[in-house]
Design a protein around this ligand. Structure first.
Ligand SMILES: [Zn+2]
Ligand SMILES: [Zn+2]
Length: 358
């Protein structure tokens, strides 16, 4: 039996190294998976830069992963060897009032596996059976890893409490913006605009169904939305950047009575807002924290063929090149959108589109 596995750790800002991390014996309801694919998240980039508000180096990195079950504890009933699974990487207490009522994303002691010493960029990963979701045959490992960011978007769209025919604007052309665009349309937001800054990503947003895209560097998104809507604004806005400017623009783009959902993670924790807008326009700003019971919906949507999920993956790297993958993502004019790390390179199913450029 293996005693340890190499794991990617951010040891200092902009530095990842592989360290041997012990592989604990399986608890009765634990499952060990052979990680096949892990995808890199915006929050991983915050960790890499040493600017994550809740975790500082040294810290393991990666929390979006899928793999194959290779060992199960004595009391595991929900999964069997060789099942293909995606991981819901939260750690919750199970006993606080929020957990008791099922709102585990609001757990008073919420944490994530990577903050507890287990990142996704490692060949072997252990999780309790209740946080594993079996993948239908039609869902690839890459798509399995992407269920985590998709669950974030499903949750954000649910938080928006939109109605059929609502118009929406999404600020952010990263993976969360591009996936929220698709989920918003599925949820009945018929006209969805997307504001970004990178040509290649804006093109992708167009192909994923955006009614129009706005290059926020060249054009004022608020003026654009006002012009498109006859000066009314849109019913719903999503902020998936994490900056003051885009949050203010989201509020200004709203129609009276509209709702903005904050999904982006702010490196700067306190920002000034035009507070009178809330009164004058009776608008609502709400936050969206992770996911709860959203993986199930995400799987359902993907299995039904309703998402272009892996379309957002622009590059693939083998595990040993993870440092290069992060550096590519942080290049000033990076061509990368979403990067997949092929943790198990031998798996032919995922080896097809290596390092494909956009
Ligand atoms: Zn993520
Ligand atoms: Zn709890």
């Amino acid at each position: 039996m293996m005693r340890s596995r190499p794991m990617a750790i951010v040891t200092a800002p902009a530095e990842i190294s592989f360290e041997e991390v012990p592989l604990p014996p399986l608890a009765p309801t634990d499952v060990m998976i052979r990680v096949k694919v892990a995808t890199i998240c915006g929050s991983d980039l915050h960790l890499f830069k040493g600017k994550h508000p809740a975790a500082q180096p040294p810290v393991p990195v990666g929390h979006e992963l899928a793999g194959e079950v290779v060992a199960v504890g004595d009391e595991v009933t929900r999964l069997a060897l060789h099942d293909r699974v995606a991981v819901e990487p939260v750690v919750v207490c199970g006993v606080c009032a929020f957990c008791q009522r099922g709102d585990y994303h609001l757990c008073r002691n919420i944490s994530f596996q990577y903050r507890q010493g287990q990142g996704a960029l490692t060949p072997y990963y252990i999780a309790d059976q209740r946080w594993l979701h079996r993948l239908p045959d039609s869902i690839s490992y890459i798509e399995g890893a992407l269920l985590e960011p998709l669950a974030v978007c499903v949750h954000a769209v649910r938080r928006a409490e939109s109605a059929l025919g609502d118009r929406a604007v999404i600020f952010g052309d990263g993976a969360i913006g591009l996936l929220t665009l698709q989920v918003a349309r599925l949820a009945g937001m018929t006209t969805v605009y997307l504001v970004g800054k990178k040509e290649a990503r804006l093109d992708m947003a167009r192909s994923l169904g955006a009614a129009a895209v706005v290059d926020g560097l060249k054009e004022d998104p608020v003026a654009f939305i006002q012009a498109e809507t006859g000066g009314m604004g849109v019913e719903r806005a999503f902020e998936a950047v994490g900056r003051r400017q885009t949050l203010v623009q989201a509020l200004r783009a709203l129609k009276k009575g509209g709702t903005a959902v904050l999904v982006g993670l702010f490196e700067q924790p306190e920002v000034a807002l035009p507070v009178n807008l809330f009164v004058q326009k009776e608008i609502t700003l709400t936050g969206s924290q992770g996911y709860a019971w959203d993986f199930q919906r995400a799987i359902e949507i993907v299995e039904a063929g309703q998402m272009k999920l892996s379309a957002i993956v622009s590059h693939q790297f083998p595990l040993r090149e993870v440092q290069q993958a992060f550096e590519l993502l942080l290049e000033p004019n990076s061509p990368a959108v979403k990067v997949a790390i092929l943790v198990d390179e031998e798996d032919a199913e995922n080896g097809k589109r290596k390092r494909r450029d956009l």
